[in-house]
Write a protein of this length. Structure first.
Length: 360
């Protein structure tokens, strides 16, 4: 009997150890989440880590992965020439990827430092990052082919060079799709777990009761939300014009202009925020208060609407819808259209108004 009891106790001890190790691994994954992203650059030949410009000034020392243009003076020159389709590599595809990944750049480190992340959240973050890592490696591969092609024949209009450029464009499109998945997960974790009370309800007081602390909080909250909305609008743009479409072909064959989507264009057009004096803010409390309440009310419904948009986007390619599409697909298309032209526009208008009141 004693032997049996000892055996059971040993098994329980081992089971507890394994459980603890499992938890430790998950927490370790979260702790290393942001560094795992930045370390991707060290595993590639043609990509590098560069500082990400913190336009909305919520933190400093953020980094992103970009093409290492020092590897090719030819490519470096071509991307700066806006009459060349190569220009789109840096000023369209990389920018769209950056805007999609802005929550990773500016929330990722806080997530890594949080002790409140669940194992389920850690698993999802790790999975989405691993998927994106593979896309970066594929970008690295195709950029290498393009650089070698340009070195062999530096004629920018050469068919082989343009074909290789298109392959890089298409690979960026794949990366943007995976980046969207990761950013959606990051925002759910950041605003749902890391940040306490992220959608503060100022209706609990009157505008005359707003103090300096309230106005400072609004300023910080709006800056963070701007990165969130930028990633949302970038995703909308991707679904409307890029995903599974022929934009890469238009860029390469005709050096076509990129389509515009007002919420995305407007928000990315804000390249600098200048904080107003506290005296100025205090003198404009009523307008700021009203705008903050409007944003609060909208955000209560925005999340569910965006989840429906994501579900629809995961089920269809909007760029491929036509009169022959199934009723089910057309219904998904309607969800995408209504979100893109409805609450997305409304949120942008409110956000720009609040941004003007607080900063510009």
């Amino acid at each position: 009997m004693k032997k049996i009891i000892c055996t059971i106790l040993i098994c329980l001890m081992f089971g507890s150890c394994f459980a603890l190790v499992g938890c430790g691994d998950k927490k370790g994954n979260v702790k290393n989440f942001y560094s795992s992203y930045t370390n991707i650059a060290s595993t590639t030949t043609n990509l590098t880590l560069v500082e990400a410009t913190d336009i909305y000034q919520i933190k400093t020392n953020s980094y992103k992965i970009d093409i290492n243009y020092s590897k090719s003076s030819i490519l470096s020159t071509l991307v700066e020439n806006n009459s060349q389709p190569y220009h789109k590599l840096k000023y369209f595809y990389q920018q769209l990827l950056d805007d999609t990944l802005s929550p990773l750049y500016f929330f990722g480190e806080e997530i890594s430092n949080s002790s409140n992340i669940s194992n389920k959240q850690a698993t999802k973050l790790t999975k989405d990052l691993t998927n994106l890592e593979q896309e970066y490696k594929d970008i690295d591969h195709y950029v290498g082919i393009l650089i070698n092609s340009l070195n062999a024949n530096n004629n920018s209009s050469d068919f082989t060079n343009l074909t290789n450029l298109k392959k890089v464009f298409v690979q960026y499109e794949q990366a943007i799709n995976k980046a969207t998945d990761l950013s959606n997960t990051i925002c759910k974790v950041y605003f749902g777990t890391v940040v306490s009370n992220p959608n503060y309800n100022y209706s609990t007081k009157t505008y005359t009761q707003l103090n300096e602390a309230d106005l400072t909080r609004m300023s910080v909250d709006v800056r963070a939300r701007m990165y969130y909305y930028k990633s949302v609008y970038a995703n909308v743009y991707n679904q409307l014009y890029v995903k599974d479409g022929n934009l890469s072909e238009q860029f390469v064959s005709y050096n076509a202009s990129a389509p515009t989507y007002e919420p995305y264009t407007s928000l990315k057009g804000i390249i600098n925020l200048t904080s107003k004096s506290m005296e100025n803010l205090l003198n404009n409390k009523q307008n700021i208060y009203n705008a903050a309440l409007t944003l609060y009310n909208l955000q209560n419904s925005f999340g569910n609407a965006y989840d429906n948009f994501i579900t629809a986007s995961n089920n269809i390619s909007y760029t491929k819808l036509d009169s022959s599409s199934s009723i089910n697909d057309l219904n998904y298309g309607t969800i995408i259209t209504q979100f893109s032209n409805g609450i997305a526009y409304d949120s942008c208008e409110i956000l720009l108004n609040l941004t003007t009141l607080l900063y510009l």
